[in-house]
Design a protein around this ligand. Sequence first.
Ligand code: 4AD
Ligand code: MG
Length: 476
Amino acid sequence: MTKLTIAQLLKETPLQEVEVKGWVRTFRAKRFIALNDGSTLNNIQCVVDFENTDENTLKRITTGAAVHIKGELIESQGKGQSVEIVVSTIEILGDSDPETYPIQPKKHSFEFLRENAHLRTRTNTFSAVMRLRSALSFAVHKYFTDNGFYNMHTPIITGSDAEGAGEMFRVSTLDQKKPPLTEEGEIDQSKNFFGKDTNLTVSGQLEAETYAMSLGKVYTFGPTFRAENSNTTRHLSEFWMIEPEVAFMDLAGNMDLAEDFIKSVLSYVLEHNAEDLAFLDKRLLDEEKTKPQAQRSELSLIEKLKFVTENNFKRVSYTEAIDILRNSKPNKKKKFNYIIEEWGADLQSEHERFLVEKHFKCPVILFDYPANIKAFYMRLNEDGKTVRAMDVLFPGIGEIIGGAQREERLDVLKQKMAVLDISEEELWWYLDLRKYGTAVHSGFGLGFERLVMFATGMSNIRDVIPYPRTPQNAEF
Ligand code: 4AD
Ligand code: MG
């Protein structure tokens, strides 16, 4: 007897005696089990001979139960599937209580499923999303490995604030209620586990830079933590970031890399995850139909993915973007929440989305931002007021990538740190890179969940990570 996954059974398996384990999705007419084991979106139909199955077993075949089935794989007698299993024996491995089981065979709201995140991958939508997430993660590692990058694991506990934004979770073993105090009455950090204040990393970039300056091409792909209080559909307090860093590469090279990378990973899932994508494509289409005509997307999910893989990203300087925004209809009619008046304004997601969705109608790479709205490590341009920053903006998502050519000149870097009051002592090792064999280098960070949102058409970031962490929420 051959033990196979349902994915294998549905795909060119010779008709034979088989066995399979999975969870009952539905049981219809005391006869037809739709069985799923997670290996594919599709269920296999298992036909029970109810006259020769005892009543008690039949009662226990309920939605959500785990079962072990043996039987014969035959060409299906009914419509809707090519093969089915004629059950010879069925063993109930784990009962489910049909009265209380939250995942009923009907449409559930995403809010409800978020509250049942431990069971939501038993639905078609979430199993498809999470299989795609897994495939994208693999595609990321494949892309970098194929292109000569080394994967490095940057620390999760750090002593520095890479983004200088101060939005960090503190890591401490000190007694919160009664911390040890110094003679001056300050918290005595020397008694803390690491002998100093530490936090969860907001980015692996600074450490990645050290390895780029010896191994050449590296990337890190790990969890990132931000204690920013933004309760939006695009922010998580814990998310995964992919950060390549490359020596001897300037900003133009960085843009080329970002574009090639995104196209490559999206092409990978278009090729390898067609079934799940087709399902999500249809789901999105149904969702779009509930919206007023004017708000509907012109492209389907798969068309959107192909549009990105087949077209060039538009590269636009911040200065050009400000001109476009200043003269735009929503700006003149005061439809933006933040009206763009002057050069130097920070761009909000409404502006980014206007540029991408209304003006250019394609992914956009904005570059050369004003120095004072970007992080300290970005390379200052000759004009003395802009830095070699780049943000990649995507339709429906806004910023998906943030990156830069790094400031490689010791004196300029020190000046910038002084202005922002960033301690040279803390970042001595980062400064060392500029003392010993400094060189042009660049990199970027891609928010993995934002990529998964784009690839799956899901509109809330909480629905593309297994257990989302957001302000006031760390269930599971
Ligand atoms: O633009 P950010 O803050 O850039 C950095 O952290 C750089 N150190 C990266 C680098 O150059 N190596 O973050 C990078 C990306 C954003 O473009 C966005 O996609 C994602 O990370 N991101 C978030 N995703 C989910 N929730 C949040 N709170 C996020 N903050 C940033
Ligand atoms: Mg950013």
